[in-house]
Design a protein around this ligand. Structure first.
Ligand SMILES: Cc1cc2nc3c(=O)[nH]c(=O)nc-3n(C[C@H](O)[C@H](O)[C@H](O)COP(=O)(O)O)c2cc1C
Length: 185
């Protein structure tokens, strides 16, 4: 879908919902990102009944403040058979939003082919959020500056990599934020 024309079916209310320290949100999709399984925490946090979720594209909880470049990196990574960790803000069915630290991995069939994807998410570290919120704000602002979606994505992707490369690449960037959490415990 063209990002510039996208309007969420649910209007964000600005109310933030938080996840308990020990709670895990789990979802599974087919290779196209259609939801095939969600756990109870997913349903409670996202304020949807199960029958409104299964069979829907995972972008049903997409928040308009999420930079497109993060999802491009996510899909490029998992389609290539690799796992990825990412901070994501999601939109619940009642307009609330919730931040998560997500781990997304491909699931492989017996012949080594990708048969779907699996994501576990937990509450993000507060200090990490102090880096992620402004960074995502800059990425979204950059994306909104361009009228052509392809230009928007190229520009924000470059910005994301520039930021991450300063600390040795995306993976190291994410883990540097996680290290802050481990150190804080
Ligand atoms: C296993 C898995 C988990 C995902 N989790 C989320 C998620 O929590 N929130 C989200 O907005 N997108 C998630 N996505 C990405 C969505 O499929 C989609 O790319 C994203 O919402 C952007 O939507 P758009 O391309 O319509 O802008 C996930 C994808 C997979 C395969």
């Amino acid at each position: 879908m063209r990002e510039g024309s996208r309007k969420p079916a649910v209007a964000p209310t600005g109310v933030e919902r938080t996840l308990g320290e020990d709670e895990l949100i789990v979802s599974k999709t087919d290779p196209k990102g259609i939801l095939t399984y969600v756990n109870d925490v997913f349903l409670r946090i996202s304020a949807y009944p199960e029958d409104a979720v299964l069979g829907q594209p995972h972008n049903m909880i997409r928040h308009p403040d999420m930079p497109r470049c993060v999802f491009k990196l996510l899909w490029d990574t998992i389609k290539s058979g690799q796992e990825i960790f990412a901070y994501v803000v999601n939109l619940a069915g009642d307009g609330a939003h919730y931040w998560v630290f997500a781990h997304v991995t491909p699931s492989f069939g017996p012949a080594g082919q990708i048969v779907g994807y699996h994501s576990n998410r937990r509450s993000p570290d507060r200090q990490a959020m102090e880096v992620i919120r402004p960074l995502y704000g800059q990425l979204v602002a950059e994306e909104r500056r361009h009228s052509r979606p392809a230009d928007a994505l190229t520009a924000s992707t470059a910005m994301l990599h520039e930021h991450a490369d300063a600390v040795g690449g995306y993976e190291r960037f994410v883990w540097s934020l996680e290290a802050a959490r481990v150190g804080a415990r």
